[in-house]
Design a protein around this ligand. Structure first.
Ligand code: NBG
Length: 791
């Protein structure tokens, strides 16, 4: 078919869906109607490769990978699908023929935020890479009715509102009423096994995930929780309408919201229920599929690889043992061995508060049989390693990290530094017993979304120079290195960056009502707000810089726009204070006629995947300033480097490897190392010492405590200033001076535009290793023993 015929064909298909699927007349269709019609048209083109992939997997009896994750931060799906199917121009032409703009249609799609941050986004990048590579895989998670809350600012304070991505038809998924499982909680354990007291239904919803060039499609299967009994007719007839609906409301609560606040006992219980709910449903589904093809259970580890994304699905260990032993009659030691052959676990954090522990009381109450099996697994491990120091239980709590470790044949960290620290700290004792179990798989990001779609200008330039093969072989970007001394290439590279910045400036003017200068340096810190990520270090440096500019307004200052983005957990008071402070500083600085030409602060609310897609390609500087040893990897750092932003960063997480790849000269390093951080903490009065040594810190802090940014209530940010001069666990004061030095080096470097662009281009050329395709190939070879299959 000629390109013209294909466009006409495609255009007809859109109108067909508009008419017959939506019941809308093209003459009166709204943008959302066009979006849904286009999505259905694109979806039609995914189904055949999807079927072909499934048939090829069954036909070849290939091993399948199952990625169990509490979070999939998938964002918008239409553009991804259009791009991967190579339909961008065709869709654009077809819509234009109807007077409709493709960009507006793409922008109409809700951003599916079924995750909090890096962990969930990593899972989404992995799914896309698995499909691009053609590895048979399923993602398993929860179909939250409400994803991550919507953030707004009221007088600078974060407000949360429920997210409603399912408000409009979610056309990407197929409901599977035939794939339902009954999941139980509570009850008793007797001779005949576990008899749960409460049950809910897990119903599957499938979203196809199409890989690059439509070669392969895998499935994201999300579970919805439904009541086993619709409602209680007896109670209804007796006039107890609320009571009649109660079981339904309770059952649906499990898949109602992402991460409910778990600071209350009720919240904890619900969280554990969510974890067991999706894990148990997924395992049942996996065994059903296995049983449909094989009758010998000992084959399980050679056909099934189950990856536990953090400890949230760690109950998979005891549950798989239960299914194999209690339900299928396998001897207990064999069941443990077989389960371990299938399971592997990724650790994503060393922060003690994020390593899950459940009280034995709660566990016994909700999952009595699992509690027994945890004891049995513990005993089994104790028999094999009599001198061991570790137990799966401690002080009345079960330790999910230890359970995941013990039940996994491989455990991985997400950057070289993080993996090393895992061995030395949280899993030291287990690592001593199992020295081959912990391995490293440094994170990566999908180039299809994070370069090709997000940054079409840069992508066109790259493809023009080296061809299109880089899109699924990202290390080919190295070929760009030969161009970095070519003036014409650097000009084109700089023009692409500038055009992205102009576009972002326009967006800020139109949607946020702030003017920012596209020639200023765009200095961006976007991520969850957390003390260890140190947004307060960034804002403190901003205040100090503002003060120095005011001292010397005619100095040779490098114009900067400080861009912040990110949400704080609703119950995390200190993080919310940081947000309030940043917004308050923005109000003062952006209105200061002395400084506003050279320094602005902007903080668009409701940071999400979609916003990241426009902020990253327009950024010059990437802030990766966590206290060393705390950020397991980071993945935003990789997206920035690929898109030609230079990093100002600590030796933390994957920053270390980014710096190795891009070269120390193209990276602004500052701060203490992870070892120095530990040593520094034991110095009495370290914060006071650091402040005494650098008057800038005290001056900036004084402005905060004098109420310069909170005239109506000077004490408003006391928690932040008190912490800075007090405990300062995350060492903001101790790292400030070196951060300031690095930032001034950044200023000087930005002054030489050609040299800067050369460094930026080198970041792009040398970051190809950070593709999630590379990461997934690592998991396939080192952990899963899975092979790529081509349909
Ligand atoms: C996060 C880390 C990040 C890392 C992502 C993905 C959790 C528990 N961990 O540094 O903080 O990049 O996981 O691995 O969300």
């Amino acid at each position: 078919m000629s390109a013209k015929d294909m466009s006409a064909d495609f255009s007809d298909a859109i109108v067909h869906h508009l008419t017959y699927s939506l019941g809308k007349d093209a003459a009166h269709a709204q943008i959302t109607d066009w979006r849904i019609a286009l999505s259905l048209t694109v979806r039609d083109r995914i189904v055949d490769p999807w079927f072909a992939s499934t048939r090829a997997t069954y036909g070849g009896q290939h091993k399948r990978v199952y990625y169990l994750s509490m979070e999939f931060l998938i964002g918008r799906l239409l553009e991804d699908a259009v791009v991967n199917l190579g339909l961008l121009d065709i869709a654009d032409n077809a819509l234009r023929g109807h007077g409709v703009d493709l960009a507006s249609v793409l922008a109409d799609e809700p951003d599916a935020a079924l995750g909090n941050g890096g962990l969930g986004r990593l899972a989404a990048c992995f799914l896309e890479s698995l499909s691009t590579i053609g590895c048979p895989a399923y993602g398993y998670g929860i179909r939250y009715e409400h994803g991550l809350f919507k953030q707004s600012f009221e007088n600078g304070v974060q407000k949360e509102a429920p997210e409603d991505w399912l408000q409009q038809d979610h056309v990407w998924e197929f409901e599977r009423p035939e794939s339902c499982y009954t999941i139980g909680f509570g009850g008793t354990v007797g001779q005949g096994g576990w008899t749960p007291e409460e049950t809910v239904i897990a119903k599957a919803h499938d979203t196809p995930v199409i890989g690059w060039q439509g070669r392969w499609a895998n499935t994201l299967r999300l579970w919805e929780s439904l009541p086993t009994k619709l409602f209680d007719l007896d109670r209804f007839n007796a006039g107890d309408y609320y009571g009649a609906a109660e079981p339904e409301a309770l059952a649906r609560t499990i898949s109602r919201v992402l991460y409910p606040d778990d600071s209350t006992p009720e919240g904890k219980r619900l969280r554990l229920k969510q974890e067991f709910f999706f894990t148990a449903a997924s395992l049942r589904d996996i065994l059903r599929r296995f049983d449909s093809e094989y009758s010998d259970l000992t084959l399980l580890p050679s056909k099934v690889a189950i990856q536990l994304n953090d400890t949230h699905p760690a109950i998979a260990g005891p549950e798989l043992v239960r299914l194999l032993h209690d339900e299928k009659g396998m001897a207990l030691p064999d069941a443990i061995q077989t389960a371990r052959g299938c399971l592997s676990y990724t650790n994503h954090t060393l922060l003690p508060e994020a390593l899950e522990r459940w009280s034995e009381e709660l566990m016994t109450d909700l999952l009595p049989r699992h509690m027994q099996l945890i004891e049995a697994i513990d005993d089994d491990h104790a028999r094999a390693y009599p001198k061991r120091k570790v137990s799966l239980r401690e002080n009345g709590e079960v330790k999910m990290g230890e359970i995941a470790f013990t039940m996994a044949h491989k455990v991985n960290g997400v950057s070289a530094l993080h993996t090393g620290l895992m061995k030395q700290t949280v899993f030291k004792d287990l690592h001593d017993l199992h020295p081959d179990r912990i391995i490293n798989e440094t994170n990566g990001v999908t180039p299809r979304r994070w370069v090709l779609s997000a940054n079409p200008r840069l992508s066109a330039l790259i493809t023009g120079v080296i061809g299109e093969d880089w899109v699924d072989d990202l290390e080919q970007l190295q070929q760009l290195e030969a161009q970095v001394d070519d003036a014409a290439f650097l000009t084109a590279y700089g023009d692409a960056k500038r055009a992205n910045k102009v576009e972002l400036s326009n967006w800020f003017a139109e949607t946020q009502g702030v003017q920012i200068d596209p020639d200023a340096m765009f200095d961006t810190q976007i991520k969850r707000i957390h003390e260890y990520k140190r947004q307060h270090l960034n804002i403190l440096e901003t205040i100090a810089l503002w003060q120095e500019i005011r001292d010397n307004p005619n100095g040779n200052w490098t114009p900067r726009v400080k861009i912040f983005g990110g949400k704080a957990a609703p119950g995390y008071v200190f993080a919310k204070q940081i947000i309030h402070l940043i917004n308050s500083v923005a109000v003062v600085l952006n209105a200061d006629p002395v400084t506003l030409k050279v320094l602005k602060v902007v903080y668009p609310p409701n940071y999400n995947v979609t916003l990241a897609e426009s902020l990253i390609p327009a950024s010059d500087l990437s802030e990766q300033i966590s206290t060393a040893g705390k950020e397991a990897s980071g993945t935003g750092n990789m997206k920035f480097a690929l898109n030609g932003a230079l990093t100002v960063g600590t030796l933390d997480g994957a920053n270390v490897e980014i710096r190795e790849h891009v070269g120390a000269d193209n990276f602004f390093l500052f701060g203490m190392t992870a070892d120095e951080v530990v040593a520094r903490r034991s110095v009495a009065g370290h914060a006071a010492q650091a402040i005494a040594a650098d008057p800038r810190i005290a001056r900036a802090a004084k402005a905060i405590s004098d109420g310069v940014f909170s005239r109506d209530d000077p004490a408003r940010f006391r928690a932040i200033t008190d912490n800075l001069s007090g405990a300062d666990y995350f060492l903001v004061a101790s790292d400030f001076t070196d951060y300031w030095r690095a930032q001034r080096a950044v200023d000087a470097a930005y002054g030489d535009r050609d040299a800067w662009m050369r460094m930026a281009a080198l970041n792009t050329a040398r970051s190809g290793w950070f593709s999630s395709d590379r990461t997934i190939r690592g998991y396939m070879a080192d952990i899963w023993g899975a092979k790529a299959v081509r349909a």
